[in-house]
Write a protein that binds this ligand. Structure first.
Ligand code: ATP
Ligand code: LTN
Length: 336
C-alpha cells in the first residue's frame, strides 16, 4: 500500500548542469531516484548555483539546465509526484547557504576531497564558491528536512559535513534540522573513467573517459571498446584489474547480473567479446532514454510548467525552514 504524504520520508538530491550527464550520474544517482520516487516525498533539483563554481559559458549553462531537466523526466522522474526544480529559482538555498557559512569551519572545508581535486583541475580559478560548495549543498539538503540523500559514493564526505553543520546548529539553538543520511546503490555507486580507471567518471571531463547519456550508439561502443584494461584476458573481478572491474560494475548495473554470473558468461572468451557486450547493453539502455529525452526537450512549454510548479512546491517547504532559522539566529522580523 502507498504511504500517505505525511508518513513518507523526505528525499532531496541534485545534479550540476555542468555538461551532459554521464552513465556515472545515471547509475550512481538518477536511476535510483526513479526507483524510489513513489516511496518518498522527493525534491529533485538541478543545482545551477553549484555549477558556476567552475566557469561556465552562459548560453551553455542555460541549455544544460534544460537538458538536465529533460533527462530527469526521461529517466522516469514523475513531476506530478515530485518537485523538480532549478536551484536558482528558490532563493532560500543561497539565503540559508550564507547563514550556514557562519556555522562551518575553515578547517573542515579544507579537508574536502572534491575541493582538493577541483582546485587542482582549475588552478587558475580557485574561487571562494568552490571552497564553500559543501555549505550550499548542506543548505540544499537541510532546507527540506531531508531524511535521505541518494548520491554516488563520491558525495559521502559532503553529506557528513552537512550532518556536522546541522548538529552544530541544532546544539547552538534547539532542534531545527533533521540529520540526513546518505543513500547509495550497491552497484554503480562509483563508475570510473574509461581512460583512467583510478579516477571517477565525470561529466566535465572532455575526452573518451566518460560515456555521456546523449552519446550515439557507435560512440558508446567505440569508447567502451577502447577502455583501458590490463594485459590479461580473463574476465574476473580482482584486485589490480581496475579497468575490468569498472566494466564489470557497469555491466552488472545495466543487466542486474552478479559478478559471478558475468564471470561464467565470459569464461573462455577474451576482453574483446566482453567489451562489446558492455558497449551493447549500455547503448541499448541509452537509446531508450534518448528517445524519451528528445520528446521532453522539444516541449519547452511543458518543461517550463514543470519548473514553475516545482519551484513553487520547493519554495513552500524551503521558506518554512528558512523562517525558522532566521528566527533562531535572531533576525528581526516586522509583525504583519
Ligand atoms: P562534474 O564533472 O561537473 O563535477 P559530476 O559528473 O561529478 O560533475 P555531479 O553533478 O557532481 O556530477 O554529481 C551528480 C550525482 O551523480 C551525484 O549524486 C554523484 O554522486 C553522482 N555521480 C557523479 N559521478 C559519478 C560516478 N562516476 N559514479 C557514480 N555516481 C556518480
Ligand atoms: N555536490 C553534488 C551535487 C549536489 C547535491 C546537492 C547532491 C549539490 N547539492 C544536494 C545531493 C544533494 C555533486 O557534486 N555531485
Amino acid at each position: 500500500m502507498e504511504n500517505t504524504n505525511a508518513e513518507k520520508k523526505t528525499i532531496l538530491s541534485g545534479i550540476q548542469p555542468s555538461g551532459t550527464l554521464t552513465i556515472g550520474n545515471y547509475l550512481g544517482a538518477l536511476r535510483n531516484w526513479a526507483k524510489i520516487q513513489y516511496e518518498y516525498n522527493c525534491y529533485f533539483c538541478v543545482v545551477d548555483l553549484h555549477a558556476i563554481t567552475v566557469r561556465q559559458v552562459p548560453a551553455e549553462l542555460r541549455q544544460n539546465s534544460l537538458k538536465t531537466m529533460a533527462l530527469y523526466l526521461a529517466a522516469g522522474i514523475d513531476p506530478r509526484e515530485n518537485a523538480i526544480f532549478l536551484q536558482s529559482h528558490v532563493p532560500a538555498h543561497a539565503q540559508l547557504g550564507w547563514v550556514l557559512d557562519c556555522f562551518t569551519m575553515f578547517g573542515e572545508l579544507s579537508r574536502m576531497t572534491q575541493f582538493k581535486d577541483k582546485s587542482a583541475k582549475h588552478a587558475d580559478n580557485i574561487n571562494a564558491g568552490l571552497f564553500t560548495y559543501p555549505v550550499l549543498m548542506a543548505a540544499d539538503i537541510l532546507l527540506y528536512q531531508a531524511d535521505l540523500v541518494p548520491v554516488g559514493a563520491d558525495q559521502k564526505q559532503h553529506i557528513e559535513i552537512a550532518r556536522d553543520i546541522a548538529i552544530r546548529f541544532n546544539n547552538t539553538y534547539s532542534d531545527t534540522f533533521k540529520i540526513p543520511e546518505p543513500y547509495m546503490p550497491k552497484i554503480g555507486t562509483k563508475i570510473m573513467s574509461l581512460t583512467d580507471p583510478l579516477s571517477k567518471m565525470s561529466k566535465s571531463d572532455p575526452g573518451d573517459g566518460s560515456v555521456f547519456l546523449l552519446d550515439s550508439r557507435d560512440t558508446v561502443i567505440r569508447k567502451i571498446k577502447r577502455a583501458v584494461t590490463d594485459s590479461g584476458s580473463e574476465v574476473r573481478f580482482a584486485e589490480g584489474k581496475d579497468g575490468i572491474n569498472n566494466l564489470m560494475n557497469i555491466y552488472a548495473a545495466f543487466t542486474g547480473k552478479t559478478y559471478g554470473e558475468i564471470e561464467r558468461e565470459f569464461e573462455g572468451k577474451g576482453y574483446g567479446d566482453f567489451k562489446l557486450a558492455v558497449g551493447e547493453v549500455a547503448a541499448d539502455a541509452l537509446s531508450a532514454l534518448q528517445d524519451k529525452y528528445n520528446v521532453f526537450l522539444a516541449d519547452k512549454a511543458q518543461l517550463d510548467a514543470v519548473l514553475t510548479d516545482g519551484a513553487e512546491r520547493a519554495s513552500y517547504t524551503a521558506n518554512k525552514t528558512l523562517r525558522k532559522v532566521y528566527r533562531k539566529v535572531g533576525f528581526y522580523s516586522v509583525n504583519k
